[in-house]
Design a protein around this ligand. Structure first.
Ligand SMILES: [Zn+2]
Length: 260
């Protein structure tokens, strides 16, 4: 079965094509992607700095008794919001311009920088809350508890559970190119996999009215999709098997003979 096309609105994402045709070529982010990644990184770091500034104000208030609980709680929440915003942008930036896995330490640092930011933005405050003589035991329990919870939430949000890497992009692109001959896949807004056929039934359900077409890297950049649809993979392998072995007519004849 060749791709019969889709009845849905098909939006082709341009600008991600690369020219070389070698089978496993190293992945290099396009200039456009690198520029986007840089902008996301700058805003992410600014968010983290704002978060740390809120922590600074909270620490300052600890030194100025009486302690006003709601002020500290508000500052912890503001700190949390900016740490999370920074982490989400940072993870997004890595999808546009992924690091290399070759240097494990640098790869870990760049992929999981959100966790480190969370620790920097909360741990000093937590330590100072519990060490501070101006804070009563009950206040320590409440404010300290909230700050620890904020650290945990920020830390978990900062983790990239599926960190992108240039090696992964190169491998996945090579797989698609090997199967279809070109770096072109389809995906939907709500989907978690990229597809090789625009008429794959999984992306042609009632829920979908728009299908996107672009490179493997673009599916990851825009929707964080890093997996190939198994239905599409099976289909292309079957088709390839037919092409390499016997013709479709021969296979059909053989199947008929088996039936009889
Ligand atoms: Zn599919």
């Amino acid at each position: 079965m060749a791709d019969k096309g889709t009845k849905k609105k098909l939006t082709k994402v341009t600008g991600g094509e690369s020219s070389s045709a070698a089978p496993v070529k190293p992945f290099v982010a396009s200039d456009e992607s690198k520029k986007k990644a840089r902008n996301f990184r700058i805003i992410a770091v600014l968010c983290w700095l704002v978060a740390i500034a809120f922590q600074g104000v909270a620490i300052y208030l600890l030194t100025k008794p009486p302690i006003v609980m709601w002020q500290l709680i508000a500052l912890i929440l503001a700190d949390l919001i900016f740490v999370i915003a920074g982490s989400l942008l940072w993870k997004k930036s890595n999808r546009f311009d992924p690091p290399s896995e070759k240097n494990k330490i640098l790869f870990f640092m760049q992929s999981q920088l959100g966790v480190i930011a969370a620790i920097i933005a909360f741990l000093p405050l937590i330590i100072l809350i519990f060490m501070n003589k101006n804070v009563s035991g009950k206040q320590k329990g409440i404010i300290g508890g909230i700050a620890i919870a904020a650290l945990l939430i920020a830390g978990v949000t900062g983790v990239d559970w599926n960190p992108p890497s240039v090696e992964q992009y190169a491998e996945q692109t090579a797989q698609v190119e090997e199967l279809t001959g070109k770096n072109s896949v389809f995906w939907t807004k709500a989907g978690t996999r990229y597809h090789l056929y625009s008429d794959c039934w999984r992306i042609n359900t009632k829920r979908t009215d728009e299908i996107f077409q672009g490179t493997v890297a673009q599916a990851r950049e825009l929707k964080n999709i890093s997996e190939l649809c198994s239905t599409c993979e099976e289909r292309v392998r079957k088709e390839k098997g037919l092409e390499i072995g016997k013709t479709a007519a021969e296979a059909a004849k053989e199947a008929l003979e088996k039936k009889e």
